[in-house]
Ligand binder design. Structure first.
Ligand SMILES: NC(=O)c1ccc[n+]([C@@H]2O[C@H](COP(=O)([O-])OP(=O)(O)OC[C@H]3O[C@@H](n4cnc5c(N)ncnc54)[C@H](OP(=O)(O)O)[C@@H]3O)[C@@H](O)[C@H]2O)c1
Length: 326
């Protein structure tokens, strides 16, 4: 089968598509023909060996995928050959076939394209878990989304609207701000401008943001916290800008505010019931058309490097997806 193979941790330009044997199966596992894989920020870090955990070499990158079950001895988890699924795993999705345990899978509602499913689970579960389970966002609150045109950011814009918030989207370019408006943001801010906090103050009628969804990090995070409303909640999602900010402790005191961590990887381990409930809510919205996940750009498998480069050079609108088979 064709697969992207990381033999040495290296920049994406040095990673190759190879012909490798299909993965072998153990009892209780299923084989999936991968139709599409979503590319996340973490995948780029893992390939370079810069993520907090290192995959043993060699490995096939890719953590999120959608496809069709082709082999399911004993029907683990009730899955049968021919069923369409979406999945999340530690590695292996950028390949024509992947072998996983049933816990990694979720059935795909009818009519949802593989590209959509591959860009869905990680970002939308992160956004819903952050906004509902951590920040307890309620209808009518003001939500500020940083990096709002990125993969997690645009998911937070859409989920914020579904939860009834007023969404203010912060992004660095006119294209990105237009993209956030197209997907439901009520107002936008150019947070590369020095006066952006004054704009936020005006947009919130002096109130500040009740909830801040922050996948960006760096100095912007501390500035954003300074503009949080009384009893505001700042969600620590990621550090796309590179730097991990340090927050002076007097700020939460003065704002009656809270800094709340969000870690998608730990939800199934520590809060499996919450994950189950949130996935049901998300797939319900997906099935009835209330939620239309944003697919940024779709690349052919041979162009996988371009998908990574687009994300890594801050050029991505939404999530980058690699189409693997039809
Ligand atoms: N906690 C969790 O469970 C969880 C889950 C998924 C992802 N994450 C993390 O969240 C972060 C964002 O992931 P994502 O998939 O949303 O990434 P993404 O699609 O690349 O979006 C990140 C956004 O950050 C902004 N940004 C600011 N400085 C940047 C820089 N130097 N390089 C790249 N982007 C920069 C960009 O928006 P502007 O150009 O508008 O500034 C970009 O749209 C990553 O650190 C990822 O590891 C965490």
């Amino acid at each position: 089968m064709k697969a992207v193979v990381v033999e040495q941790y290296a920049p994406i330009d040095q990673i190759e598509l190879k012909d490798v044997p299909p993965p072998s199966m153990e009892p209780g596992q299923l084989r999936i023909r991968v139709e599409a894989a979503g590319i996340g920020f973490v995948d780029g870090l893992k390939i370079e060996g810069r993520y907090q955990t290192k995959d043993p070499l060699p490995f096939i990158p890719g953590t999120e995928f959608a496809g069709v079950v082709t082999d399911a001895p004993g029907a683990p988890g009730g899955y049968q050959p021919g069923m369409r699924v979406m999945g999340m795993t530690r590695a292996g999705a950028l390949a024509e076939e992947i072998v996983v345990r049933p816990e990694a899978l979720h059935p795909l509602p009818d009519g949802v394209a593989a590209e959509v499913a591959a860009s869905f689970r990680a970002n939308y579960l992160t956004a819903l878990y952050a906004l509902s389970s951590r920040a307890m966002l309620v209808a009518g609150e003001q939500l500020l989304v940083l990096g709002a045109a990125g993969g997690t950011g645009i998911a937070a814009v859409q989920i914020g609207k579904l939860l009834g918030a007023r969404v203010i989207a912060a992004a660095s370019t006119p294209d990105k701000r237009a993209f956030a408006l197209t997907h439901g943001a009520d107002a936008v801010i150019d947070y590369t401008q020095t006066g952006w906090r004054d704009t936020l103050k005006e947009l919130t009628g002096g109130h500040g943001a009740d909830v801040i969804f922050d996948p960006v990090g760096g100095e912007i995070s501390v500035q954003a916290f300074r503009s949080i409303a009384w009893r505001g909640r700042h969600l620590v999602v990621g550090f796309a800008a590179g730097a991990i900010p340090a927050l002076p402790f007097n700020l939460p005191l003065l704002k009656g505010g809270a800094l709340l961590g969000v870690d998608l990887a730990q939800i199934p381990l520590r809060e499996p019931d919450v994950q189950k409930r949130l996935m049901l809510q998300l797939t319900g919205w997906l099935a009835d058309g209330q939620l239309k996940p944003v697919v940024g750009r779709v690349f052919a498998l041979g162009d996988f490097r371009e998908a990574f480069r687009t994300m890594q050079t801050r050029g991505a609108l939404g999530k980058m997806v690699v189409r693997i088979s039809t």
